[in-house]
Ligand binder design. Structure first.
Ligand SMILES: Nc1ncnc2c1ncn2[C@@H]1O[C@H](COP(=O)(O)OP(=O)(O)OP(=O)(O)O)[C@@H](O)[C@H]1O
Ligand SMILES: [Mg+2]
Length: 404
């Protein structure tokens, strides 16, 4: 007798049930989204006061005022009370303007990499879930944009937290091939990375979004490895790097937010990277699993290297995140890490802060919100620690460029 293949003896089979749940959930989420975010409500960035703009560009507020009075450079928005404010795009224009009128100091105003300074590709990794990879990636990316660099953020995590932080809804806004998978897939639907990259509301920060589609790469690679014996095609660990190479001239820095596992995507990112950031939440359980992570990584990487993977990194840095400086046990772990890895552990740490966690809930960073939105001391403490960490990473990049 023919039986409906979705119905077992005890009723509906689990695959059919889960598929039904997925469809129900997707439909409801779509409705919810339409209510909360009507199509016209795109994520927008605050404007910057002229004081903030002046500080970012590296001129005095008075100079900026004079510039706008003389009608030179971008025209700020002027409120009824006379307060001048600039968009992030205008701050970039100010940099261009200053570099043009003061060519001797061009590099301080417009620090783009020069001929001979190679693209910095930074992979942020650790297979420990929740070790602040995404938070580290987005804060670093935004910091570098605010400092005047051209930055591409790549979301390599199928969970796509970075993508949604940057204003793209991974469930709804992406069609097939709109993630990095589109540029690294093995079949003939592969497309140029340039067509996948999106501008974001954070002007100067571009995004290669992620979503569940990225999992396809983990599934397809074993098959491709078997078929490779007969077919030509680039091996898995070179694909991320090759895709990035297509757009290399457009950026100074590429930041790759890796998934919390050591799959083919992460290995591809590590091979594409010129440097690695390993995020650490300094707690015994996390650090114990990190030692496993390092062992497994080194085993896998040595196989990849023997097969022709490029594993020369300009720097590897451990970033201590969610740090509670007054917590005794955490202090011991941080001291242990510093004694073992010395200057490879960044001197600055990202403190655990309700300001960072709360801003994250509304898919914002502290670089995006107005200072007055959070208690001032909390905000200042968090920003200070983030700036210090990001500043150290920038310093390592400059060393790699031979600037210092
Ligand atoms: N310095 C911090 N202070 C307070 N909360 C933080 C801090 N850094 C990260 N968090 C919070 O910790 C959680 C995990 O952070 P995040 O998503 O960056 O980790 P992850 O390593 O990317 O996680 P996953 O492995 O799932 O990708 C988030 O809710 C984030 O807001
Ligand atoms: Mg993450």
């Amino acid at each position: 007798m023919l039986q409906n293949k979705n119905v077992s003896a005890v009723g509906i089979t689990s695959d059919a049930k889960i598929s039904h749940h997925a469809k129900q959930l997707s439909k409801q989420l779509q409705l919810l989204r339409e209510r909360l975010f009507p199509p016209s409500s795109e994520k927008a960035l605050k404007t910057f006061s002229s004081g903030e703009a002046a500080q970012l560009v590296g001129v005095s507020d008075g100079y900026l005022r004079q510039l706008s009075l003389d009608g030179k450079g971008p025209a700020p928005d002027i409120s009824q009370t006379g307060r001048r404010s600039y968009t992030l795009g205008q701050i970039h224009e100010l940099r261009q303007h200053m570099a043009a009128i003061k060519p001797k100091d061009a590099l301080t105003y417009l620090p783009w990499r020069k001929h001979g300074e190679k693209l910095q590709t930074i992979a942020v990794a650790n297979f420990k879930g929740g070790s602040a990879k995404t938070t580290t990636s987005i804060y670093l990316a935004q910091y570098l944009v605010l400092q005047g660099y051209r930055v591409l953020a790549v979301d390599l995590d199928p969970q796509a937290s970075l993508t949604s932080m940057l204003g793209v809804q991974p469930e709804f806004d992406l069609a097939e091939g709109d993630t990095l998978y589109g540029a690294i897939r093995y079949d003939d639907k592969r497309r140029p990375l340039r067509d996948i990259i999106r501008k974001t509301y954070f002007t100067g920060l571009d995004l290669v979004p992620g979503n569940l589609e990225l999992m396809e790469f983990e599934h397809e690679t074993p098959r491709a490895l078997i078929e490779r014996k007969t077919a030509q095609g680039e091996i898995f660990f070179k694909r991320v790097g090759s895709a990035i190479a297509e757009v290399e001239a457009d950026y100074d820095v590429v930041i790759i937010d890796c998934p919390p596992q050591l799959g083919y995507l992460t290995l591809g990112a590590v091979c594409a990277a010129t440097s690695l950031l390993i995020t650490i939440h300094p707690q015994m359980v996390d650090v114990a699993s990190m030692s496993q992570f390092l062992l497994m990584t080194s085993d896998l990487l040595s196989v990849v290297r023997k097969a022709g993977g490029d594993l020369n990194h300009d720097f590897i840095r451990y970033v201590i995140t969610r740090h509670e400086p007054f917590d005794g046990p955490q202090g011991q772990i941080v001291a242990l890490l510093r004694s073992l890895f010395r200057e490879e552990v960044l001197a600055a740490t990202v403190v655990k802060s309700t300001a960072i966690a709360d801003a994250g809930l509304t898919k914002q960073t502290l670089y995006e919100i107005e200072r007055g939105q959070v208690r001032r001391t909390t905000y200042d403490r968090a920003i200070e620690s983030l700036d210090a960490v990001n500043g150290e990473i920038l310093e390592s990049m400059k060393i790699a460029w031979g600037r210092v």
